[in-house]
Design a protein around this ligand. Structure first.
Ligand code: ATP
Ligand code: MG
Length: 245
């Protein structure tokens, strides 16, 4: 049976200046898929995630999430921003930081919220650190705490921007196991320069560099190293199997 379509991007163009950074980008993602996004530095990967989240407004084209305009559907997406964007110096515990994922008016959190945080911290392997200061976490622990914050919202879509950047191989293994356990439960879009890290769980690879092109799954393991990222290309329409439609 065909899975439900979760994200559809059609004819999307956007730029920060009067020059388009993303041009005529179109793709769709089905429920439960694990999609890896690759592309050169400055190619527009983070920008694409911010457009999906409704933090930026497209020049042209449309983005729908579960068939509705994306701006109305922000609450359905958990976001793990690119490393370094988060202010680590902010004085709070791991538990308090993760609680922020349960957005509540006036900052009141229920017992249920705290229970959910405890469950998610257990899931990401950080239960023992919940009362420590957020600023004292290692790079790998920090990434897992940021994922926990995205998970407590219980959003069905998870967007992760380079979660394996600047973490050691042991932390990368733990992060991989966590993502593997989430595969299928959530629709996951993960931006990375390190496709080897997730190629075992990746269903599809999209390359973003002004346009988008889709790479067959088989090449995803060696894609980052092997791809030349030509100077400019628009949308490349890949043939799909009949099953994909
Ligand atoms: N707020 C902004 N204002 C102006 N230009 C921006 C802004 N954010 C990003 N850019 C520019 O847009 C381009 C794409 O940036 P983006 O962060 O989307 O790339 P990326 O593919 O995520 O790169 P990286 O792999 O380095 O994370 C870059 O040239 C960047 O300098
Ligand atoms: Mg980026």
């Amino acid at each position: 049976m065909k899975k439900r379509e979760v994200i559809r991007v059609e004819g999307l163009s956007f730029g920060y200046t009067d020059v388009a950074l993303l041009k005529d980008v179109s793709f769709f993602i089905r429920e439960g898929e694990f999609v890896t996004i690759v592309g050169p530095n400055g190619g527009g990967k983070t920008t694409l995630l911010r457009l999906l989240l409704g933090l930026l407004c497209p020049w042209e084209g449309s983005i729908t999430i579960y068939g509705r305009p994306h701006a109305e559907q922000r609450h359905l997406m958990g976001y793990v921003p690119q490393h370094g964007v988060f202010d680590r110096a902010f004085p709070m515990t791991v538990e308090e930081m993760v609680l922020q994922g349960r957005i509540r008016p006036w900052g009141w959190y229920s017992r249920q919220d705290k229970k959910k945080v405890a469950q998610v911290l257990d899931q990401v392997g950080l239960s023992s650190l919940k009362k420590v200061s957020f600023s004292s976490l290692s790079g790998g622990q920090l990434q897992r705490a940021l994922i926990a914050r995205a998970l407590v919202s219980e959003a069905p879509i998870l967007l992760l921007d380079e979660p394996s950047a600047s973490i050691d191989s042991e932390s990368e293994k733990q992060l991989f196991s966590l993502l593997q356990s989430l595969k299928g439960q959530k629709t996951i879009i993960l931006v990375t320069h390190d496709t080897g890290f997730v190629h075992k769980i990746t269903d599809r690879v999209l390359c973003i560099h002004r346009g988008v092109c889709e790479h067959p799954f088989e090449v995803s393991g060696g894609l980052a190293a092997g791809h030349g990222y030509g100077p400019e290309y628009g949308v490349i329409h890949h043939e799909r199997t009949q099953e994909e439609g």
